[in-house]
Structure formats: structure tokens, C-alpha cells
Design a protein around this ligand. Structure first.
Ligand SMILES: [Zn+2]
Length: 194
């Protein structure tokens, strides 16, 4: 019998909150606190129908991000094999670092839980190799392809204080300028109201 894992929902920090521009600091060890943070991040991500979440998005600055993909997202074709059959669809990355990125890139529309209502096309490497800590505290190397690689790159941008809007084309940046301004204003009002 597996005991239920207790998790609580965290609030999502949206664009305009300065924490989104902070760089994360490496985690020294996989402590119960870090494990709890990871569980809470998975729960929060699912509750908000997201597929990835980084610490900054819940107001934290530990170098931790989580990804959970529906299996269909890890297939190139609907009935084809998984692109990353050896990688669990529920993946947490602690202290991740990209050690290799393919020159092959692709562009795809992305969204972000910190940017409700805003999507845009982002070009990213098709494949990345990441060094990170496993939840057992041991170093791991994980290679990802396709959408999984994209999700990891998006979340790891967050850990560096970078955002997907930074990677929009010039034209797209102009197109979303008004929406971004409004979101930033709403976030600031929300923060000021405490
Ligand atoms: Zn995001």
C-alpha cells in the first residue's frame, strides 16, 4: 500500500512579478523541503492544466522545474512510438544544465502559466542533453527530443530568469505589447494589494 503524498496548491506568479526575472540558485541536497516543493509544483501545474512549471512561477528561486506530458505529446505521429521511451512522462529536474543542444531546431506555438492568454511561436533545439540531480541525489544525464525537449528548454529559461516572450520575433513582440502591458499592470496591482 502506497501512502498518499500530501501536496498543496501554490499560487502562480504572473508576468510583472519581479521573481520571474530572478535567477535560480542551485539546490545543495534533496531535502524533504525540496521533495515537498516538487510535489506541490506537480499538483499546482496539473490544477492549472499546464505541462511544465519552474520554481519562479510559484515564487521560489531553487533550481527546480517539473514537466508532465500526456503520452500523446511525446509522439511524432498519433499512433507512432514515443520519442523518449526511457524518460518518465512525469519528470522533475533539479539543478538542470544543458550540456548539448542540437543544431536542428523547430518552431512551435508555446504558452506559459505565467502569461494567461498569450501564446507565440518560439524556435528551440529539437534535442537537448541535460545534466541534473535525480530525486535520489545522484547526478543524471537525460536526453530529450521533440516536445519534451522544448518543454525542458522553456522551463530552464525560467530558471535563468528568461521568459518565452524574450524569444518572440520582433513582429510578434510588437503584436503582444498591449496585452503584456495590461498583464504587467494587473500583476502589479495584485502585488500591491498584498
Ligand atoms: Zn513558462
Amino acid at each position: 500500500m502506497v501512502s498518499p503524498v500530501m501536496s498543496s496548491l501554490l499560487s502562480i506568479h504572473t508576468y510583472g512579478d519581479p521573481v520571474l526575472r530572478e535567477s535560480s540558485r542551485p539546490v545543495d541536497a534533496i531535502t524533504p523541503d525540496i521533495l515537498a516543493l516538487i510535489e506541490d509544483m506537480f499538483a499546482t501545474m496539473k490544477a492549472n492544466q499546464g505541462v511544465g512549471l519552474a520554481a519562479q512561477q510559484v515564487g521560489r528561486t531553487e533550481s527546480v522545474c517539473v514537466i508532465e506530458l500526456p503520452e500523446s505529446y511525446d509522439r511524432e505521429e498519433e499512433t507512432g512510438p514515443r520519442l523518449n521511451p526511457d524518460v518518465p512522462l512525469r519528470l522533475s529536474l533539479v539543478n538542470p544544465r544543458i550540456v548539448e543542444a542540437s543544431d536542428d531546431t523547430c518552431s512551435l506555438e508555446e504558452g506559459c502559466l505565467s502569461f494567461p492568454g498569450i501564446t507565440g511561436s518560439v524556435e528551440r533545439s529539437w534535442s537537448v542533453t541535460i545534466e541534473h540531480l535525480g530525486l535520489d541525489g545522484q547526478p543524471r544525464t537525460t536526453t530529450l527530443q521533440g516536445f519534451f525537449a522544448r518543454a525542458a528548454q522553456h522551463e530552464m529559461d525560467h530558471l535563468a530568469g528568461d521568459l518565452f516572450i524574450d524569444r518572440f520575433s520582433h513582429v510578434k513582440k510588437l503584436a503582444v505589447r498591449g496585452k503584456l502591458k495590461r498583464l504587467q499592470q494587473e500583476t502589479r496591482e495584485h502585488l500591491a494589494a498584498g
